[in-house]
Every structure is written in C-alpha cells, then in structure tokens.
Design a protein around this ligand. Sequence first.
Ligand code: DX5
Ligand code: ZN
Length: 215
Amino acid sequence: MNNLIAPSLLSADFGNLQADIEMINKSNADWFHVDVMDGVFVPNISFGFSIIKHIKKHAKKPLDVHLMITNPDRYIEEFVRAGADILTIHYEACNHLHRTLSMIRSLGTKAGVALNPHTPVSVLTDILAETDIVLLMSVNPGFGGQKFITNTYRKTQQLKEMIEREGTKTLIEIDGGVDDTNAKKISESGADVLVAGNFVFKAKSPTDAIDLIRN
Ligand code: DX5
Ligand code: ZN
C-alpha cells in the first residue's frame, strides 16, 4: 500500500502560496500539512488563522493542522472554524490530553497527538482509543530542512505494535527530515503518513518528489 503524503506548506513560497496550493491539488499528495508555531512552544513563529482560511479557500484536499503551541485548548474551536480537517496538538503542551482530544472530536475533526523526539510512545498507551493520528516528530520541532533522527524507526515500530495490541485504527504520521533516502524504511517501520517540506518544495519537480516518497 502507498503511504499518504502530506507536503508541509512551511517550505512553500509565501509570496505565491496559491501556486503551491494548486500544485499540491494537482499532484498525488493526499493532505496539506499546515505547521502553526507560536514562538513559545518552539523557537519560531509561522502563521495563524487568516492564512489558514486562505489556504482552505484554495485547497481541494484535507488540511492537516499541526499545532506547535502552548495552551492549545484555547484555540481549538478557531482552528476548526478556519478549516482544519485533522487537528494535532503536542503531548508536551497538554495537561489534560483526554479532554483536549475529546473536544477536537466533538467538533467533527480528526484528533492527533504529536510527540517530540525525546518523548516515548508508551505515554500514549491509555489514550490511543481517543487518538485518530499519532505524529512522531523526527526532528526537533520549529524549523523545516533539518536532519532526520534515526531513532524514529524504532519508535515507529514500537507504536505500530502498541496500536495492534490495543486494536485501534490510529494512523502513524512521521514529520521532519523525510526524503527519498529514508521514506521506504520509515514506511516499512509502520508509518502511514509522511510529511515532507524541504524535499518537496526545494525539488526541481515537486510533483515528482511527491511520487518518489509515495511509492
Ligand atoms: C517542523 C515541522 C515540519 C517541517 C517538515 O517543526 O513540524 O512539518 O516543516 O519539514 P522538512 O520536511 O523540511 O523537515
Ligand atoms: Zn509539522
């Protein structure tokens, strides 16, 4: 089976975002990955609601919104209104994960949890049933174009085993440093969704780059 591919708009051309959105619409990519950073949870600031609303207007595929922000509960409804189809919050930013995930699902949106590279997958054992997607960060969040952390293969395998054991339908998404040298091994480790920013948008042919990591 093919991986699902979610190009990260963080590496797109913000001077002509619509062109990059159209490219993804026409490509074999599956989702738009939208990285929101608040300058507190991560040492970078990206964009907020108004940009996401513009992306939503042109996008013909689901918006996979990854919140790298503290206190995500405060903004969940607004991100759903802005157009998130999948909303992923960070485990490290939530005191009451069960409540937050239930809130996301109650709004009709798929709920995801992201783990930083240092956070073991075992912390999610008791919450997997409420989680549609687990996003494993394979770089330290905050910037595109970083090097893939190879311990992610092991974490992916462990998470896959956990999901099979618990009998849930949770998808595994890998985010950071994905390219044509590691995509095969990542998906063989058990991943379902690959996020790629730099590899797609810096390629001569972004649509070919998408196909390369998809198959
Ligand atoms: C990093 C973001 C990623 C990033 C991926 O904090 O969550 O989605 O944009 O970009 P690449 O593929 O360039 O590592
Ligand atoms: Zn991301």
